[in-house]
Design a protein around this ligand. Structure first.
Ligand code: TTP
Ligand code: MG
Length: 401
């Protein structure tokens, strides 16, 4: 492969560049169900729905994906596509406890773990050790937990993520910088993490259909459509990503934000996003054994005016409900006039909780309390809300969505 020239670094030049793994379980909830109930194995299994039988699919087994079923699809539609599938409501408590076991495996390989979601994490490795560690992790998760994990290996978070997407399921994939022109550039824009359908449509309209075309586009043209995000967007297309790995313990703050493709005028929708953000941040705090004393929202109005408003809590928390209620209170006090373009939630001023390792078991009482909170939010806002929004929050967003 090429030398150290052109837009990407060549493999031979990586030298001492640390490597990053992206570990993502395959069809996580459905795989846990298939593992624990042998009669479900090899069959289409759909996890999701709500008490009323409505709601959306959380995930489904790869057997079910052959029928066109996917996450966030209405369960009713999934039933039409595959009436013979096994439909399960799922058990978050069990999935969380399996998640802790998986992260405990990762901890044996590196202390540098950035938790992305219940089944996904970035792992920092020293130069040259990524591939061997990936193989070991893949084997350990299979042998010890009877689950399959896909591992992407590269030198930055973006390329590791894409490597895992290309390798899925149950494999180890690499995407080194010098492979970017050959492997990444022919792909359509949907394969670029964080690039949402609205941005893809915009790019398509100006004749950009592949990642390679985005990498080669004049920056001025991209600036017209994406403003300040243009450079970041083009760098992504070139496989460049300077985001550091952020293990929780080093983080000074954690945040999630969401820009809407169309300005939103619906307060309920804003609150639904805040719920999802609170749940995601609460989860990240708990998994890191951290509690936050400060909660802030960021709000961008229709005229692009942007504010942040912060509140200090009486005592630090890692609870979804308090995070949400504080954020919702800040929103109510500062919402101004609709519409809104962006809502973000940030927690900071951390103190360590009682947990010592990344995935120490949560006390049973606390797990139950969290479950009750989640259930209440679901009852109030509908089961789909928490996870639909979680999907949108997963990779840090690049460019406008
Ligand atoms: P993902 O890793 O996105 O999906 P997955 O593990 O089911 O499938 P794969 O990685 O092989 O493509 O999400 C992890 C879990 O999060 C998933 O098993 C269920 C849950 N989830 C939802 O509940 N709703 C959703 O919309 C998504 C995307 C995931
Ligand atoms: Mg997964």
């Amino acid at each position: 492969m090429g030398g150290c020239t052109g837009m990407t670094a060549a493999r031979g030049c990586r030298g001492s560049v640390p490597e990053i793994l992206l570990c993502d379980l395959d069809a996580f909830f459905a795989s846990v169900e298939q593992r624990d109930c042998p009669e479900y194995r090899g069959k289409p299994v759909v996890v999701g729905g709500s008490l009323s039988g409505r709601g959306v699919v959380s995930t489904c087994s790869y057997e079910a994906r052959k029928f066109g079923i996917h996450s966030a699809m209405p369960v009713e539609r999934a039933r039409q596509l595959c009436p013979g599938a096994i439909f399960l409501r799922g058990d978050m408590g069990r999935y969380r406890s399996v998640s802790r076991q998986i992260f405990a495996v990762y901890e044996r390989f590196t202390p540098e773990i950035e938790v992305v979601s219940i089944d996904e994490a970035y792992l920092g490795m020293v130069a040259g050790e990524g591939l061997a560690a990936a193989a070991e992790i893949h084997r350990a998760v299979r042998e010890e937990l009877s689950l399959s994990v896909t591992v992407g290996v590269s030198v930055n978070k973006l390329l590791s993520k894409i490597a895992s997407e290309l390798a899925k399921p149950d494999r180890i994939g690499t995407l080194w910088p010098e492979e970017v022109p050959g492997l990444l550039w022919p792909l359509t824009l949907e394969m670029l993490p964080g690039l949402g359908p609205v941005s893809v449509q915009k790019l398509n309209r100006i004749g950009i259909g592949t990642i390679g075309q985005l990498a080669a586009a004049p920056l001025e043209l991209l600036r017209k459509y994406f403003g300040k995000s243009a450079l970041l967007l083009q760098r992504s297309a070139r496989g460049i990503d300077n985001r550091p790995l952020e293990p929780l313990r080093q983080a000074k703050s954690l945040s999630e934000e969401r820009t809407f493709s169309n300005d939103l005028a619906d307060e309920e929708a804003i609150r639904a996003v805040l719920i999802s953000q609170a749940e995601s941040l609460g989860y990240r705090l708990r998994t890191g054994g951290l509690r936050a004393r400060k909660v802030a929202i960021k709000l961008r109005y229709g005229d692009f005016n942007t504010i942040t408003r912060e509140q200090t809590l009486a005592a630090p928390t890692d609870g979804d409900l308090l995070l949400y209620e504080t954020a919702a209170g800040l929103f109510a006090a500062h919402k101004g006039r609709p519409p809104w373009r962006l809502i973000g939630l940030r927690v900071s001023d951390f103190s360590t909780g009682e947990q010592l390792t990344l995935f120490d078991a949560l006390p049973e009482e606390k797990e139950k309390e969290l479950q009750r909170t989640r259930d209440r939010l679901r009852e109030k806002y509908g089961g789909a809300v928490l996870y639909r929004a979680r999907r949108l929050l997963k990779p840090p967003r690049r460019g406008e969505e």
